[in-house]
Structures are given as structure tokens and as C-alpha cells.
Design a protein around this ligand. Structure first.
Ligand code: FCB
Length: 461
């Protein structure tokens, strides 16, 4: 019977968004183009042909949105800062209007008793940097450090919680592996170079901005990976996928080494051997780790070879490994629902880094929501999803893991990358034609959980 009282008083309850997914106003106040502008405007890339040109108009409506967030009883807002607003060319002059926008946003949070949590890179690389090689080249890591430093210098009085990167796995392996996200390149195992440059950018940025006044981390998309059976081949498949999804990020960040088996599987050992000197920077201490958790994976081995480098894939070295259907219920994304996976992944991190504070920086679900005639949005599936996951959060806290907060993805329905507006993750419904916001039943449920002492089994809707 979980209630808010089961959580320590300082526990952080937030909601998350990302700049390109919500802001719109893509040419306002000196913003430069990003890889997402280019990608979304390329025919065939986005499922419903939409772009983030307007999105939720959050650039103009942010104050209303923050008021809404605070009204739900949430006490933190995780948003991302758009690099192309701050350094429109990716390198060179800083744009004061971009910094001023995020100052207003952070100050509005503070006025409403909401703590700002800023992500410095949620996938919107300035297009000129992609034209110069993107994350496949080392120079981008240095440019990220420079952008981070000016942003932190300008805003560290109002923003104390910083995340360098959001989900470098997606930036690298979707961006440069299978092309499913911007910039849409299919470079096979070479996408691991992008992994390295992203992690290097993280390390350089941390070194540039770390101060005792702030708290600094990274948000990774981690997932428990299970073998479909105990057979050696399935276990080998799970080792390969777990290596790419989890260990390729956790081990350099926490221990300053890349997993040798992953570099072998992908044929990248020789390239990485030339970059070992970067590892001390990459593994500089973190104040916290953010985990974006959506679903676990169960994988099975192919009949033939594991690898087929001719296939564009997020799984270099294991392109032929497939995920199986384990019969779990699924969301509108097709993602299986299993709340206990959240605990599994946090236990794994905690066993590697026992004292490292953790946050769940994203968790949530898409369902095909639509308002009823009386204007309510009855998203029972999402309400159930949140309840199950928050129940697991309670267990994790009760077990004594250093979990400090939970951010629901997302505050608002928004531009869901390659899915455009065809997938809704919000606890608040957005009518894109009118920009009207309607709190869904899941949002009302969360509000009751956060603002009353009652156990959440005792109320619905
Ligand atoms: C994560 C992203 C976030 C959102 C959710 C559904 O991978 O970080 O922007 O798209 O998935």
C-alpha cells in the first residue's frame, strides 16, 4: 500500500522533457539549425511527416507548463538546453538570447518551488558540427566542452543539477549505427567511435564545469538483458547485447576501461587501443547517475553467425540477434511492460558503484490517448504503468539503495523523434492544433499521490 510517506522527505518527484521535442520556435532569437531540423525535414524520416518546428510551443508557453507541473505536486523539472540556441554555429560566438531563455525558464521553476535539472545534450547537435563530422570526430567533444562551459558559467547560479548527455547509446547507435535517429547515418561498428567521442565530451565537460556548488551526472538508457534460454548460444547473444547496451557505457564511466569482449565482438579493439589515454577523463567521479528505464529485453541467438556487418544496426557484432516476445503486455511503442526491470538495473549499477547516488531520469509509457466528449483523457494503461513502477521505486528505496528521485517521461505529449506526434507519452495531453493542455487521468492520479498521504490503492482517476 504505497503512499508518498513511504519516501524520504527530500525525495525528488519530477517530470522530464527535451528541447527539440517540446520547444518549437526553431528560428527564434538566433537559434541555429540542429541535426534534428535537418532530419525531420528529410522526407521519409518521420513516421507522420511532422517536424519539431512548432511542437508544444514550449518556448513561448514554458511558464504555463511549469505552473502546470508544480500544480501536479511535482517538485523538479528535467528539461534540456538546446546547444544551437546557445552556440548557433556549434562553435564560435555565444548567443545571449539563448542563455536568457534558459535563465527565464530556470527562474520560473524556482518561483514555483520546482528544482531545475538541466540536460546539456539531448540529441540536438548543431548542424554545422555534423557537417564537420559530427560525433564521429573528436573535435565535437571539444566543442561540447566549450558550449557546456559557457552555459554553466552563465546559469550555474540558478541551475545546480546538471546532466551532460542524455542516452549516448541512442546518439551513437541510432544516430550513426542504424540511422533511426538524426543524423541518420549507417556506419556499422564505426558507430562505436561516436560512443567514445560522446563519452569523451562528457568527461571534458565535467572537467570544465565541476564545482562544489553543483551536482553533475549523466543520463543513460540502460536495460536488463536476459537470455531466452540457458543454452550457450542464447547466453552468448545476451552477453553481446548487454555489452553494447549497458557495459559499453557503465565500465568506462565507472571504472575507466572499455569492456574488452565488446571491442572484440565489434572489431573495434585496435581503434580503441589508440584512445586509452582518454579514459581517466571519461571516468572522472560523478555526483550521480541518471537512468532512463523503459523496458527489459530477452534475446535469442540466430541460427547462423551472430554478426552481419552489411546490416545497418544498433547491434554491431550481433546484428542477427533478435529480441523475443515473452508475452508481457506492451505499450503503443510495442515496448514490453515489466516494472521489476527497473529494480534489476538499479541493483546492477549499485553493485558496481555502491555509493553512487541514482536518479530515475525517465520512465513512462506511450498509449493512444484521445479526449472523451467531456474532455477527460482516460489513460488507464499509463496510470497502471506509473503505479507499478512507483511501487518498485518504493521497494528500491526501502532496500536502502541510494535512489534520490524519479522523473516521469513526459510532462507533455510531444514530438517523439522518428515517430513524430503519433506516440503520446505525456501525463498532460496536448492538442497540437490549439496548444491546449489537458491533464490526463494519470496526471490527476499522480497529483493525488503526491499531494495526499493516502495509499495509492485507495483512489483511482
Ligand atoms: C528516450 C528519450 C526521450 C523520449 C523517450 C520516450 O529514449 O530520451 O527523449 O523519446 O525515450
Amino acid at each position: 500500500m504505497t503512499s508518498r510517506n513511504d519516501f524520504p522527505p527530500g525525495f525528488v518527484w519530477g517530470a522530464a522533457t527535451a528541447a527539440y521535442q517540446v520547444e518549437g520556435s526553431v528560428t527564434a532569437d538566433g537559434r541555429g539549425p540542429s541535426i534534428w531540423d535537418t532530419y525531420a525535414h528529410t522526407p521519409g524520416r518521420i513516421a507522420d511527416g511532422s517536424t519539431g518546428d512548432v511542437a508544444d510551443d514550449h518556448y513561448r508557453l514554458f511558464a504555463e507548463d511549469i505552473r502546470l507541473l508544480a500544480g501536479l505536486g511535482l517538485n523538479a523539472y528535467r528539461f534540456s538546453i538546446a546547444w544551437p540556441r546557445i552556440v548557433p554555429e556549434g562553435t564560435g560566438p555565444t548567443n545571449p538570447a539563448g542563455l536568457a531563455f534558459y535563465r527565464r525558464l530556470a527562474e520560473t521553476c524556482l518561483e514555483h518551488g520546482v528544482t531545475p535539472y538541466a540536460t546539456l545534450y539531448h540529441w540536438d547537435l548543431p548542424q554545422p558540427l555534423e557537417d564537420a563530422g559530427g560525433w564521429m570526430v573528436r573535435d565535437t567533444a571539444e566543442r561540447f566542452r566549450d558550449y557546456t562551459a559557457v552555459t554553466h558559467d552563465a546559469l550555474s547560479d540558478v541551475i545546480k543539477h546538471w546532466m551532460t548527455l542524455n542516452e549516448p547509446w541512442c546518439s551513437a547507435l541510432n544516430g550513426y549505427g542504424d540511422g533511426a535517429l538524426a543524423p541518420g547515418r549507417c556506419e556499422g561498428a564505426n558507430a562505436l567511435k561516436a560512443v567514445h567521442h560522446l563519452l569523451l565530451g562528457h568527461g571534458m565537460a565535467l572537467e570544465a564545469i565541476r564545482s562544489s556548488e553543483g551536482s553533475y551526472g549523466i543520463a543513460l538508457n540502460l536495460a536488463p538483458v536476459h537470455a531466452a534460454s540457458g543454452s550457450p548460444a542464447d547466453r552468448e547473444a545476451a552477453r553481446r547485447v548487454d555489452g553494447l547496451q549497458n557495459r559499453l557505457f557503465l565500465e568506462p564511466l565507472l571504472f575507466g576501461k572499455y569492456p574488452a569482449d565488446v571491442l572484440e565482438d565489434t572489431g573495434m579493439a585496435a581503434w580503441f587501443a589508440q584512445h586509452e589515454d582518454d579514459l581517466p577523463l571519461i571516468s572522472a567521479p560523478l555526483d550521480f547517475m541518471g537512468v532512463n528505464y523503459y523496458f527489459p529485453t530477452t534475446v535469442t541467438a540466430p541460427e547462423g553467425p551472430f554478426s552481419d556487418p552489411s546490416k545497418p544496426s544498433t547491434q554491431p557484432g550481433s546484428e542477427n540477434v533478435t529480441a523475443i516476445d515473452t508475452g508481457l503486455p506492451r505499450t503503443h511503442m510495442g515496448w514490453p511492460i515489466q516494472a521489476t526491470g527497473l529494480r534489476d538495473i538499479l541493483v546492477t549499477i549499485n553493485s558496481l558503484a555502491p555509493d553512487l547516488p541514482l536518479y530515475i531520469t525517465e520512465n513512462g509509457a506511450a498509449f493512444p490517448d484521445a479526449p472523451t466528449a467531456d474532455g477527460t483523457v482516460e489513460d488507464d494503461g499509463r496510470q497502471r504503468y506509473l503505479k507499478q513502477h512507483i511501487e518498485v521505486v518504493r521497494q528500491i528505496v526501502a532496500e536502502g539503495l541510494p535512489l534520490k528521485g524519479y522523473f516521469v517521461w513526459s510532462l507533455l505529449d510531444n514530438f517523439e523523434w522518428a515517430w513524430g506526434f503519433s506516440r503520446r507519452f505525456g501525463i498532460v495531453y496536448v492538442d497540437y492544433a490549439t496548444q491546449t493542455r489537458t491533464v490526463k487521468n494519470s496526471g490527476r492520479w499522480l497529483q493525488r499521490f503526491l499531494t495526499s498521504d493516502a495509499p495509492f490503492d485507495s483512489y483511482t482517476g
